[in-house]
Write a protein that binds this ligand. Structure first.
Ligand SMILES: Cc1cc2nc3c(=O)[nH]c(=O)nc-3n(C[C@H](O)[C@H](O)[C@H](O)COP(=O)(O)OP(=O)(O)OC[C@H]3O[C@@H](n4cnc5c(N)ncnc54)[C@H](O)[C@@H]3O)c2cc1C
Length: 266
C-alpha cells in the first residue's frame, strides 16, 4: 500500500501531524519506536504546556496516540533506518522491510548520541544499525551490541538465536577498531573486545544518517517556512528542526508540516 503520508517518530510532533492528516481523511502511517518509551515519557509534569498545566509526559503521549489511532492513523512499531525520495514517492526502510508514501514527515526528536570514532568509516564494513537486517552475515562470528534502543535486548537475543557470539558494550566512549573491516571495539576504560561486527542500536538515528543528502543547520534539519527540507517530498517537524526544544513548538510544527505536505500532494 502507498500511504499519502509517512511519519517517522511518534512523539508530539509526529502524532500531531498524524491527527491533522486523518482529519483531512488522508492515509497515514506513523513509524516509531514505542511512543511511550520516548524521553518525554519521563517528564514528571509540565507547567508550561498551554491548556493542560501539570500533565505528565507519559499521559500526554498516551492521549495523543489514542487520538491518532482513534481517527484511523496506523502505527508501525520499529526503527526507521533510511528515507529515500524516489520521484513522486518516498521509501522508508523499517528494519528489514520498506514502506512507501507520497510524502514523509521526519519527527524523530533529537539524537543526543555523538557518532563513535570509526563508525562512519566502517559503516557497512562491520558496523550495522539493524540486527534483523544484517545479522545473517555474522552467523558463527563474534559481534558486539551497543545502544539505547528499547528493543536492544531482543535484538541481542535474536543475534544469539542465529548463532552469533554476542558481547554487550556501553555506547559512551566506545571506539570501533579496524581499517578495511571491523576487528574489534575499545571501551571507555581502554579494554578491547575482538569482533567482526558491531551493531549500534540507538533509539534515535542522526538525521544525516537517516536521509542521505538532507541539509542541516547547526546539526538540526534545515526547513523552510512550509516545514519542507531540501529533499523532494520530505518535511520535518519538532525538536529535530532546532531550538526551542519545547512541546508547544513541536505540536505546532507537526500540524504545519502535515498541512503543507498534504497541500504539496495536490
Ligand atoms: C524529561 C523531559 C522533560 C521535558 N519537559 C518539558 C516541559 O516541561 N515543557 C516543554 O515544553 N518541553 C519539555 N520537554 C521537551 C519536549 O519533550 C520535546 O520538545 C518534545 O517531546 C519534542 O517532540 P518531538 O515529537 O519533536 O520529539 P520526541 O518527543 O523526542 O519524539 C520522537 C519519537 O520518535 C522516535 N524515533 C526517533 N528516531 C526514530 C527512528 N529512526 N525510527 C522510529 N522512531 C524513531 C523516538 O523514540 C521518539 O519516540 C521535556 C523533555 C524531557 C526529556
Amino acid at each position: 500500500m502507498k500511504y499519502d503520508l509517512l511519519i517517522v517518530g511518534g512523539g508530539p510532533a509526529g502524532l500531531t501531524a498524524a491527527i491533522h492528516a486523518r482529519a483531512r481523511d488522508k492515509s497515514v502511517l506513523v513509524i516509531s519506536n514505542e511512543p511511550t518509551a520516548s524521553p518525554l515519557g519521563r517528564a514528571p509534569g509540565m507547567a508550561n504546556y498551554p491548556g493542560l498545566p501539570g500533565i505528565t509526559g507519559a499521559e500526554l503521549i498516551e492521549r495523543l496516540l489514542d487520538q491518532a489511532t482513534a481517527l484511523g492513523a496506523q502505527h508501525r512499531k520499529g526503527r526507521a533506518l533510511s528515507v529515500m525520495p524516489m520521484g513522486g514517492s518516498v521509501m522508508v526502510s523499517v528494519e528489514n522491510d520498506a514502506v512507501e508514501g507520497r510524502a514523509v514527515i521526519l519527527a524523530p526528536g533529537v539524537s543526543r548520541a555523538a557518532p563513535l570514532k570509526g563508525e562512519a568509516e566502517l559503516l557497512g564494513r562491520g558496523v550495522s544499525y539493524c540486527a534483523t537486517c544484517d545479522g545473517m552475515f555474522y552467523r558463527g562470528k563474534d559481534v558486539v551490541v551497543a545502544g539505547d534502543a528499547p528493543d536492544l535486548l531482543e535484538e541481542a537475543q535474536f543475534l544469539r538465536s542465529i548463532g552469533c557470539q554476542v558481547s554487550m558494550a556501553k555506547l559512551a566512549g566506545l571506539e570501533i577498531l579496524g581499517t578495511d573491516h571491523v576487528t574489534g571495539v575499545r571501551d571507555k576504560n581502554g579494554e578491547e573486545i575482538p569482533c567482526q561486527g558491531v551493531f549500534l542500536l540507538r533509539a534515535s538515528i542522526a538525521p544525516a544518517q537517516l536521509a542521505p543528502g538532507l541539509a542541516l543547520e547547526g546539526g538540526y534539519i534545515k526547513v523552510d517556512g512550509r516545514m519542507a527540507t531540501n529533499l523532494p517530498g520530505v518535511y520535518a517537524a519538532g525538536d529535530c528542526t532546532g531550538q526551542p526544544l519545547q512541546l508547544a513548538k513541536a505540536v505546532g510544527q507537526g500540524q504545519a508540516a502535515a498541512h503543507f505536505a498534504l497541500e504539496g500532494l495536490g
